[in-house]
Design a binder for this molecule. Sequence first.
Ligand SMILES: Cc1cc2nc3c(=O)[nH]c(=O)nc-3n(C[C@H](O)[C@H](O)[C@H](O)COP(=O)(O)OP(=O)(O)OC[C@H]3O[C@@H](n4cnc5c(N)ncnc54)[C@H](O)[C@@H]3O)c2cc1C
Length: 410
Amino acid sequence: MSIARLAARSLRSAAPRSAVARSLSSRPGVTMFSEEENMVRDMAASWCEQELKPHVRAMDTKGEMQPEIVKSLFDNGLMGMEIPEQFGGSGMNFTSACIAIEEIAKVDPSFAILVDIQNTLTNNAIRFWGSQELQDEWLPRLATDCASSFCLSEAGSGSDAFAMQTKADLSADGSHYTINGTKLWISNSSEAGVFLVFANADLSKGYKGITAFVIDAKTEGISLGRKERKLGLRASSTRPVTFENVKVDAKNVLGEVGQGYKYAIEILNEGRIGIGAQQLGIAKGAFNATMPYLFERKQFGTRIGDFQMMQQQYSQLATEIHAVETMMYNACRMKEAGVPFIKEASMVKLYSSQVAEKVASKCIEFCGGVGFTEDLMVEKFYRDCKVGSIYEGTSNIQLQTIAKLISKEY
Ligand SMILES: Cc1cc2nc3c(=O)[nH]c(=O)nc-3n(C[C@H](O)[C@H](O)[C@H](O)COP(=O)(O)OP(=O)(O)OC[C@H]3O[C@@H](n4cnc5c(N)ncnc54)[C@H](O)[C@@H]3O)c2cc1C
């Protein structure tokens, strides 16, 4: 008799039939959502349809976001998903944030990265490690009107992020720090009202000097460099941010001095699931933009979606999309359950970016010549997905993390 049957038999003998049925059915699939989570999905999808979709192509072409659409994200609670209601946030869970990111990425991955960084990196870092004073000051704003950037990378420190050269010097009286250095490729820096900045407060201690600061973007000495001209995510601002003798009160240190490297690692572990949500949204967005075409377009007197070779390919893609969805929401549930999820988060980041790229590329092929033009959105998804294998840890870095954790298991 199988172990499952044995378990079922012993359960039945110990509990009435209805209780067994309840306990056996009490674990929903990871892609089955609560009523609240489904409401978030419906709300985000309808927001995208009405507020975002009509403007996506124009914003991509112009290379900037319309401020009123960013404001609308706040008005609809999408920028403070996990911020508690007492601070004006939506008081939802991590899964809900990822659902929102996925839905938005289906329509515009640039907006998805804005929502992703806000919810999975900045808001959560301040919630987890910010003093009461920092939380009182920033959480209500982050939930209602203040976008944010996560400032870690520098010209000489990308994958090797902790080799950063940005310095934070403590004043003699211990009241403030002076920050000098330049951060590179900072997403959402045009829109941000606050920066979460990693700087080394004691270079002699190496990475153990790294300290995180919450800095008002209007602080004197901060300047933004030229917008990067990018392959994709063109509406998303990516700019260098320079700190020149920027004076920051010591109370703006996030958590403890010298713990910044730990906070960066921990928050990026979670952030990788958010990038997985973005990549899943991209894959689904490309697929959804393509499939109707396959059943409209006829060649040789047959709908192209009915050719067996086409069927094989889109069935394969749909299967891989489902695999990403399952992995990503499983990682969400693991995080929420408080069990280790670092390996799974890296796997999600790695695999979701591979699948998004494959799906977007194949979808262009499925649409033939028109897929290569701006008539369909597929070419944009193809451009937008590429960075998924680069930011928040390149694919090699994810493989390294996965390998490290696997080697500990044997
Ligand atoms: C559009 C965009 C938005 C971004 N937004 C932000 C942001 O908001 N905030 C922020 O801080 N940063 C941001 N970044 C920076 C991003 O996180 C870095 O680009 C990324 O971490 C890679 O660093 P790098 O570009 O210096 O590449 P490198 O680290 O120089 O890597 C180059 C290549 O070498 C490989 N490599 C490096 N080290 C190893 C190793 N040990 N083993 C094997 N292979 C290795 C990499 O996998 C990669 O293929 C953004 C980047 C882009 C493109």
